[in-house]
Every structure is written in C-alpha cells, then in structure tokens.
Ligand binder design. Structure first.
Ligand code: ADP
Length: 473
C-alpha cells in the first residue's frame, strides 16, 4: 500500500477532514508515489487556529530557549539526514548526493538563525528630556509559507528558520508533488521540543489549500516561492487583505564570460549553473553570454563538460509530468525557431529510463537574446549561449530580461567585474564563481523575480514589525 502522508497540526499527525488524498507520481518511472492529504478550508482553519493559539506563548518564550530549540532542530536534521534524503529522493527523483547537500543547508539555516534570535535589536531615540522613546520588533504571529517542488526541505527551512527565530509561528504549505520532507521536518521540530502549534504543515493542492491559507484572516504574512503567475495571484489577495508578502519567483539568469576569464573553470561552473537539479532552480544560469572572440571555443568546452551530466546517474528527472511536458514543448519551440542544439534537445533513449521524466542536458548556441528560449524560464537543464562584443553589450543583454534573480561575471579584470556587478539588475551577483549555498547571503529578486529577501540577517527584517513606544517621565 502506498505511503499516506498527513498534515502536521498542533504537534501531531492529522488526517484530512475530507478523507481524500492526492496521488503523487514517481518521476523516475511514472509509477505511483506517495498519497498526500488533500487539505480543504476546514483543515486550513485547524492548522491556522492551532498556530494562532501557540503564537502568544512562542512570542513570550525566553529567546535563549528559542535559539536552543532552533539549534536542536539543526542537529536533528543532520542526525536524520539519510532518512530525509530517502523521502526527498522518493518525491523528486534527484540524485542522492544533491538531496543530501540540500538537507545539510536546511540544517545550516536553523543553526544560523539559532544565534540570531535577538536580532534586529531595537533602538533608543534620544528626542528630548523627560521622554524615553524606544522601538522594539514584534513578530507578526502566524506566517503562511508556500513552497515549490524543486528543493523541498531546503526551501521550507529557508523560510521557517528566520520566521521562528523572530518568534513567529508557521503554517507551511509544501508543493503537492513533494510534501514528505516538510512533514518530517515538522515532526522533528515537535520531537526536539517546539511547543505544539508553533510548526505546522498543511498539505494539499495550490488552488485549494494554498489559496485558503493566504485568505485565512489569522495569517498575518505570507512568504511564497514559486511561479510568477501564482505569485501575482497571491499578491492580489495579500493586497486586499493588507498583509505583507515576500515573493521569490523565477529567473533567467545571465552568466557573462569575458575573453580573459579562466575558461576551463568557467565552463565547468556554467554547467553546474544550468544543470544542477536538472535545471529546476529559480536561480539557474540559463543565459550564457560569451564574448564573441571566444564564443565558439568556449561553447565547445561547455558542451564537453555537459557530457559529464548523465540522465539517471548524476542528472535527475524533471520532478513533475507537467514540467517534463513543458521542457519538451520548449524543445519544439527551439526547433521552430531554428536554434542549433550543440547537445541534447531531446530525450534519452536508454531503455532503463523510459517512463521516467528524463531529458538530455541541452545547449543551444548563438541564440538571439529576444528568442523565447532566451526570455522565458524553461525550468529544465537547458542553456542558451548568446555572443556579445563589448562590456556595454553584455550589461545591456543581461538586463534585457523581465527577470533579475542572480548573475555572474567571469573576468580577471577586477575593475570590470565590479562595474558589471554594479550595473546588473539582479539580487545576487557572482564574480568568477557560480552560486553560493551560504545561508548568510541575502537572496531575492529584482523585477519579475520578486521582492523581499530570503537568507542572511536580511531575512529577519521581513519577519518582524516595528513598534515605537514613547514614555513621558
Ligand atoms: P512551480 O511552477 O514551481 O510549481 P507554482 O507557483 O505552481 O510553482 O507552485 C508553488 C507553490 O504554490 C506550490 O506549493 C503550489 O501548491 C502553490 N500554489 C499553486 N497555486 C496556488 C494558489 N492559487 N494559491 C496559493 N498557493 C498556490
């Protein structure tokens, strides 16, 4: 019998009130996966009310004890990393090493915020004699956290750790296709001693459980990671309800390589940038801007490095059938637009992979920046290369995108690197490297990639509201 996964509400496992479950699909073979509780408004109400009841006690919990619990949860994640990886691999099909790496970063979030439970610090405002004026940061209360299916435990941890550190309580709605590790995380939180109701997981479909969560009157802030269109839908509701929202949405990130760069390393990193998690990463480096003098030579190096990514070995499947179909539809668009596939653009023909949602890693070369594949987020292991001539061209092309999540620049000329970093419209810029797992680094988008920042001390600013107290004496 398939595994049935239930909500985690008020410190215990709770079955869906309707009794109905959503059937997940195993992305490696198209067979049946876990059955996920299909939450409805009654379940949402139970989860949010449980959280609301716990909110006051958690706010008054001594901060040192709160920090200790976050640290205990980090240790529990590490101690259970193998079991968590089993669940993540079952849901997503991703290579085990990738799952373990993401889980380690999940632990690191709790570890990092465990030490920051008293931040940001309030101020004393020296206005005039006879007045004592101070500010304090107070939690919002119940935070609704909605996460996507690509990096499940890690993304739940990324939002829950700062929210809980800042004395909020959480209701997490993970993606219906990969919910298991969020429930396991909440269970671990209860086991290490988080008070019942502080850490809840509500399962179900986006337009049902997710939408109800955002609408619930006791949810005081929402943190959403996912697609632009759902972010916009949630944004309308948040505007009507006048609640704050942070949005971490898509990307079409530019990776800019100048002719003086360390090309060998840049080629390897370019592949890591577009093929990690089979390209299902919002910050994937999917637009490779290469100086024209080295374009063809460098593309050849990238194609050679791409051959090291083998579907079913170190390249996982697309996680959902819908995503698998979307990536194939982009292969068709590329054919119609006459793009040149230097490698990939099709499905693996290995017998053992049939039925699974695998695609070959793909590089299209000499693509115009206005092509659909250069403008739209494919969310698969698909790279386009775009030649440029000058530094100004590179900046113009990089910024000619609706998105602005991350970017990288490769050059030995430090002045040029800093000029480009200044001028790129994106929330994180890398110089001579690609990406960082460091939990200390603020992360978030410009333009359609969203607003607000996850990670780092910066994230704490989104989980507290300022109260100013004026005392006359
Ligand atoms: P992706 O394209 O990464 O699947 P989505 O934006 O579709 O991203 O989904 C991200 C998360 O948002 C998932 O947990 C999904 O269930 C949820 N979701 C989808 N539609 C809605 C909605 N209308 N309201 C709230 N949450 C939603």
């Amino acid at each position: 019998m398939a595994t049935r996964v239930n909500h985690w509400i008020g410190g215990r496992s709770v079955e869906p009130s309707s009794g109905s479950y959503h059937q997940d699909v195993n992305p490696t073979n198209g067979g049946a996966g876990a059955e996920i509780a299909r939450g409805n408004s009654e379940d949402v109400n139970a989860a949010v009310e449980s959280a609301a009841q716990a909110a006051r006690g958690w706010h008054r919990f001594p901060s040192a004890k709160r920090g200790r619990l976050l640290g205990d949860l980090a240790r529990a994640i590490r101690a259970n990393a193998e079991a968590l990886a089993d669940l993540e691999v079952e849901d997503t099909g991703k290579p085990r090493a990738e799952a373990l790496g993401e889980i380690e970063v999940g632990a690191a979030y709790f570890e990092f915020y465990a030490g920051l439970v008293n931040l940001p610090i309030g101020d004393n405002l020296d206005i005039e004699p006879g007045q004592h004026v101070y500010t304090r940061r107070e939690p919002y209360g119940v935070i609704g956290i909605i996460t996507p299916w690509n990096v499940p435990l890690n993304q739940a941890a990324r939002a829950c750790a700062p929210a809980l550190a800042a004395a909020n309580v959480v209701v997490v709605k993970p993606a219906e296709d990969s919910s298991q590790t969020s429930v396991a995380l909440a269970r671990l939180a209860t086991e290490v001693g988080f008070p019942d109701g502080t850490f809840n997981v509500l399962l179900g479909l986006g337009p049902e459980a997710g939408a109800e969560l955002v609408r619930h009157p006791s949810v005081r802030k929402v943190a959403f990671t996912g697609s632009v269109s759902v972010g916009q839908t949630i944004g309308h509701v948040a505007a009507e309800r006048v609640i704050p929202l942070t949005l971490e949405l898509g990307g079409k990130s530019a990776n800019i390589v100048f002719d003086d760069a360390d090309l060998e390393f840049a080629a390897k990193e370019a592949v890591r940038g577009f093929a990690t998690n089979a390209g299902q990463v919002c910050s994937a480096g999917t637009r490779l801007l290469v100086q024209r003098s080295i374009h063809d030579q460098f593309v050849k190096m990238v194609v050679d490095a791409t051959r090291t990514r083998r579907p079913g070995e170190n390249l996982g499947p697309l996680i959902t059938r819908a995503q698998y179909e979307q990536v194939q539809s982009y292969f068709e668009v590329a054919r119609q637009e006459g793009l040149t596939a230097e490698i990939g653009g099709d499905l693996p023909n290995d017998e053992a992979l049939q039925g699974g949602f695998f695609v070959n890693p793909t590089v299209y070369s000499n693509v115009d920046n206005s092509a659909r594949l250069a403008q739209e987020e494919v969310f698969g292991p698909v790279l386009v290369t775009i030649p440029f001539d000058t530094e100004e061209d590179a900046i113009r092309l990089a910024n000619s995108s609706d998105y602005g999540l991350v970017a990288a620049v490769w050059t030995k000329d430090i002045s040029r690197a800093l000029r480009v970093a200044d001028d790129i419209e994106a929330g994180q810029i890398f110089v001579n490297t690609w990406s960082t797992g460091a939990v200390q680094t603020p992360f978030g988008g410009y333009k359609h990639s969203g607003y607000g920042r996850e990670k780092g001390i910066e994230a704490l600013n989104h989980y507290g509201q300022v109260k100013c107290v004026v005392v006359k004496y």
